[in-house]
Write a protein that binds this ligand. Structure first.
Ligand code: NAD
Ligand code: TYD
Length: 346
């Protein structure tokens, strides 16, 4: 039986990756290690609690002693590393937390892997972001050859962790894979990010805070399609290689918020045009990257991946999930979230 460690499996993307692996590979043992920060939530994995091939361990990837014990106890065949601080706005307020988890945490994990896993056999797969490439103007797309040029403390920390993973491949011969993905959306997305924040605010009749003029562009990918890409790359991606993953689905923020308003008004029975009136232009994010767009042709041509849902389908499924899981939303937006929101959007 193969044993795979997934870090950050209680977060947004991690919970979808855990589900993808637990359900697709009953003969794998999946161990989910997560610190359960504000972004980690075991409710995201409630349906898997009793799965015989799944277990959860609470712990911090920065804790070298703990990581060593975990790697000693289990002989992992592979690690899929998603644990991270992931929100750009929080990285502007508190960069050090991003250095700690994303850089020190990744290196601590690499050290435990190097000390205890079968080098040259076991796989270390790092999940990263397209934001390491910096920003684009109206033209072009990021490829795997685009030079790194991160602009935010978040993307700088992810770029550093990518570099360490490659350095451990070159220096110590670790079997590694990397993927750099565009913006994800879908169920269980913490409402500090654009799409779930807007859904939550529309539901609560609160203003919809669009940064600057809303002209920045993001390439959106349905999270389950990301999880399927990770499955493919883990199993069939080449050692030492990077794969870009994107939705080929670019939206200006303002157009996306308007589409969300329309779909939400229809679904909750608001008169047409109700939510659009609550759009509020707020101070732009410092160092706001203008545009991200991914060229996924390497992944598509080499491994045959393609997104399975259109944006309209994915967005509709996402909104439906939030509408039927109001208690999840109410739970994660109580307490500390309110303090964050007030400080951020005052
Ligand atoms: P998230 O913030 O929803 O989840 C992060 C998870 O990591 C949480 O469960 C949290 O508890 C856990 N965690 C944080 N610090 C930890 C630590 N020190 N030890 C153990 N666990 C810890 O993030 P996400 O959006 O699901 O992103 C997951 C990964 O994918 C990140 O590495 C992120 O950089 C990358 N990524 C995200 C996107 C996106 O659109 N969200 C796109 C591309 C890549
Ligand atoms: P976000 O979901 O934070 O992802 P990222 O910054 O990693 O791309 O933001 C997506 C886009 O939406 C980004 O251009 C910033 C913008 N944005 C807003 O306009 N208002 C908001 O309240 C948030 C959270 C984001």
């Amino acid at each position: 039986m193969k044993k795979i460690l997934i870090t950050g499996g209680a977060g947004f993307i991690g919970s979808h990756v855990v589900r993808q692996f637990v359900l697709t590979y009953p003969d794998y043992q999946i161990i989910n290690l997560d610190k359960l920060t504000y972004a980690g939530n075991l409710e995201n994995l409630k349906d898997l609690e009793d799965a015989p091939n799944y277990s959860f361990v609470k712990g911090d990837i920065c804790d070298a002693g703990f990581m060593n014990d975990l790697f000693l106890k289990h002989s992992f065949d592979g690690v899929i590393h998603l644990a991270a601080e992931s929100h750009v706005d929080r990285s502007i307020t508190n960069p050090m937390a991003f250095v700690e988890t994303n850089v020190t945490g990744t290196v601590t994990l690499l050290n435990a892997f190097r000390a205890h896993c079968n080098i040259g056999q076991a796989i270390f797969y790092h999940i990263s972001t397209d934001e390491v490439y910096g920003e684009l103007s109206n033209e072009g797309k990021f490829t795997e050859e685009t030079p790194y040029s991160p602009n935010s403390p978040y993307s700088a920390s992810k770029a550093a962790s990518d570099h360490f993973v490659r350095a451990y491949h070159e220096t110590y011969g670790l079997n590694i894979k990397l993927s750099n993905c565009s913006n994800n959306y879908g169920s269980h997305h913490f409402p500090e990010k654009l799409i779930p924040l807007m859904i939550n605010n529309i539901l609560n009749g609160k203003p919809l805070p669009v940064y600057g003029k809303g002209e920045n562009v993001r390439d959106w990918l349905y999270v389950e399609d990301h999880a399927k890409a990770i499955d493919l790359i883990y199993h069939q991606g080449r050692n030492g290689q990077t794969y870009n993953i994107g939705g080929n689905n670019e939206w200006k923020n303002l157009d996306l918020v308007k589409l969300l308003c329309q779909q939400m008004d229809q679904k909750i029975g608001n008169p047409e045009g109700t939510s659009i009136k609550t759009i509020s232009y707020v101070t732009d994010r410092a160092g706001h990257d203008f545009r991200y767009a991914i060229d996924s042709s390497k992944l598509m041509n080499e491994l045959g991946w393609k997104p399975s849902v259109t944006f309209e389908q994915g967005l509709s499924k996402t909104i439906d999930w939030y509408l039927t899981n109001k208690p999840w939303l109410d739970n994660v937006t109580s307490g500390a979230y309110q303090t964050y929101y007030d400080a951020m959007y005052k």
